[in-house]
Write a protein that binds this ligand. Structure first.
Ligand code: SF4
Length: 63
């Protein structure tokens, strides 16, 4: 599993960080940073919830 960020869409709203702070962090530049781009499958549920929480659809999952 790989987390994909569309930095053109990210508005730094921080919903992803609130849902799964181990994997997402809003940087000082106002864009999300991935703390672990290829997380273990065991984290899929938490990460999928964070991806779904992004209000501007900047996040997606790839296999
Ligand atoms: S929830 Fe979406 S817009 Fe907000 S920081 Fe995360 S990726 Fe960016």
């Amino acid at each position: 599993m790989r987390i994909v960020v569309d930095r053109d869409k990210c508005e730094g709203l921080g919903m992803c960080e609130a849902m799964a702070h181990e994997f997402f962090e809003v940087g000082e530049d106002g864009f999300v940073e991935l703390l672990d781009e290829r997380p273990a499958e065991s984290h899929r549920q938490d990460i999928a919830a964070a991806v779904d929480a992004c209000p501007v659809l900047a996040l997606s999952l790839a296999d």
